[in-house]
Design a protein around this ligand. Structure first.
Ligand code: HEM
Ligand code: HEM
Ligand code: SF4
Ligand code: SF4
Length: 472
């Protein structure tokens, strides 16, 4: 069964929910901002206001100034949090060392994760950041927002937190940077009851899933990444909020092999859209590319003169499986040899489209280096349909979890378990038949395990029987 919301999501109206007036939000002049001095000397950070890229130091100063000018009843946490943060950061720049204490365990009742506690190790010097906890807020799929939502969460965070955020954390969450322990429950209450929003994951659990922009704005999307991301996020809320796993576990959803959310590198279970029929070719558009009427790669290389588009050189000769050719002015693709790398489609998006029999590939085991080396994901399911209510996908997810939850060692990522028990054992346990697509090349060493039942006569042999034929 698909996740069915019991009611429509609330439509937020900022004008009804706002905490601050426009005047309070812009309670300083440009002059004041120019002459703003942080309460600590921060010469190194000041250097980072130079240059063309948006400066986090300038932004932080702007926020610090606004907080200085808000009245006492307009701010529930530490007014100086931003300035103390800049002060401690400057000190870390001087010493080349962090000044956050080790660890920190805080949270909200009912959940075992979602908040990353942290404490300054210089609490007397920088009292406003003595506690500076981070709250992960589960972002909407592909990070589409209304300004009503963003303004409301900003007001809430100005009131109850530092006013500083990270949009977004690498996993996907909207990150609220810096508040005190007392504020965690009130913030959680307001997220849930006012903003209709939950917190994200942290700890040994399912982390916040994330997806590429998918069908919302991309013609390459082979399934509805947002729908699947939303569905699995809701369906596995328990696994997300209450850690029950040997270690962390991440889902990411890419609509096609271009990998705009990098699922193959950054998720234990990577869902990548693909198709199994023929690439759709619009031969008139192919001609228009050849004639130079349409720019290749949708103009991505316009910044430099690469000469006239040459379909032979830029598409046909670059096809990794060499399965394309021109017959006259007709582009021909031997789809049985195509590996769906996306190159030709990326180059001529107006002429070529993925097929219509679309679905996903599922890959497992990506992780960062600790402990036994970085891994990208390994292909497990070459093709599966991805249609609501996604029961086939959930069934697979749960088989993988069942095995890993039982067999995984403490703090062992799925990718490491797969290495430890070996791929043949792993796929057998989760019920997948071995397929040639699962390997890039067959093994080169001969250390092959056989199952006893597959070997005639088994393992029980009598040396005397052997001796009857072979003298000592
Ligand atoms: C005096 C002659 C031979 C010597 C010194 C010799 C030596 C070795 C050595 C040192 C190994 C590696 C063992 C290991 O890695 O632990 C080996 C493996 C092997 N040898 Fe020989 N070998 C001889 C004759 C043969 C013959 C006649 C055959 C086949 C009829 C043969 C078939 C194999 C095979 C199949 C392996 C691989 C076994 C495995 O990987 O488990 N060897 N040999
Ligand atoms: C009938 C005669 C032999 C038998 C049954 C035999 C059996 C074995 C076995 C069972 C191993 C261990 C394989 C393992 O670790 O899994 C081994 C290793 C070895 N054998 Fe033999 N072997 C024989 C003759 C020889 C001869 C004649 C030589 C050398 C001239 C030799 C050199 C070695 C070496 C160097 C290893 C160690 C290889 C390694 O550890 O990588 N073996 N042999
Ligand atoms: S991964 Fe593919 S479908 Fe998703 S946004 Fe990128 S190009 Fe489009
Ligand atoms: S998608 Fe890649 S492999 Fe397939 S025809 Fe195009 S370039 Fe070749």
């Amino acid at each position: 069964m698909a996740f069915e919301p019991v009611r429509e999501m609330k439509k937020l109206n900022y004008e009804e929910l706002r905490i601050y007036s426009d005047a309070e939000l812009k309670n300083y002049t440009e002059e004041e901002l120019k002459s703003f001095k942080c309460k600590y000397e921060i010469p190194k950070l000041d250097e980072l206001e130079k240059g063309p890229w948006p400066s986090f130091v300038s932004d932080a100063k702007q926020e610090a100034l606004r907080r200085r000018k808000l009245s006492d009843d307009q701010i529930l946490t530490h007014r100086d949090a931003v300035e103390d943060l800049l002060g401690q950061l400057e000190l870390s720049f001087d010493e080349g060392e962090t000044h956050w204490k080790h660890g920190g365990i805080v949270g909200v009742f009912g959940y075992g994760g979602g908040v990353i506690g942290r404490y300054s190790d210089l609490a007397e010097k920088y009292p406003s950041i003595a506690m500076f906890h981070t709250i992960r807020v589960n972002q909407p799929a592909s990070k589409f927002y209304s300004t009503d939502f963003l303004k409301t969460i900003c007001d809430m965070w100005e009131y109850r937190g530092s006013g500083l955020m990270n949009l977004h954390g690498s996993t996907g969450d909207l990150v609220l940077l810096g508040t005190t322990t007392e504020q965690l429950e009130p913030i959680f209450y307001e997220l849930g009851h006012v903003l209709d929003t939950d917190i994200g994951g942290s700890g040994s659990n399912l982390r916040t899933p994330a997806c590429c922009i998918g069908k919302a704005r991309c013609e390459y999307a082979c399934y509805d990444t947002q729908a699947l991301c939303y569905e699995l996020t809701n369906y596995y809320q328990d696994e997300l909020h209450r850690p029950a796993f040997p270690y962390k576990f991440k889902f990411k959803f890419d609509g096609c092999p271009n990998g705009c959310v990098a699922s193959i590198a950054r998720s234990d279970m990577s869902f990548i859209g693909t198709w199994r029929d023929d690439i759709r070719i619009d031969q008139d558009a192919v001609k228009a590319y050849i004639a130079g009427d349409i720019v290749p790669n949708a103009g991505a290389h316009k910044g430099r003169d690469w000469g006239k588009f040459d379909i032979q050189k830029e598409v046909i000769d670059l096809c990794p499986s060499k399965c394309m050719s021109l017959e006259g002015d007709q582009l021909v693709i031997d789809n049985s040899e195509c590996v769906r790398c996306m190159h030709c489609i990326n180059t001529m998006p107006k002429a070529l489209k993925p097929g219509v029999d679309t679905g996903i590939s599922i890959l497992l085991g990506a992780k960062a280096p600790i402990l036994d080396g970085a891994q990208m994901a390994t292909l497990m399911i070459p093709f599966m349909k991805a249609e609501a209510p996604y029961d086939n996908i959930k069934e697979f997810v749960e088989k993988v979890w069942e095995f890993w939850m039982e067999e995984g060692k403490n703090r062992e990522r799925l990718g490491e378990l797969m290495q430890r028990v070996t791929l043949p054992k792993f796929i057998e346990t989760i019920g997948l038949p071995p397929a040639p697509q699962m390997v890039k090349a067959p093994r080169s060493n001969p250390y092959i395990f056989w199952k006893e039942e597959d070997v005639k006569g088994g393992w029980n042999r009598d040396i005397n029987d052997y001796r009857s034929r072979h003298k000592r």
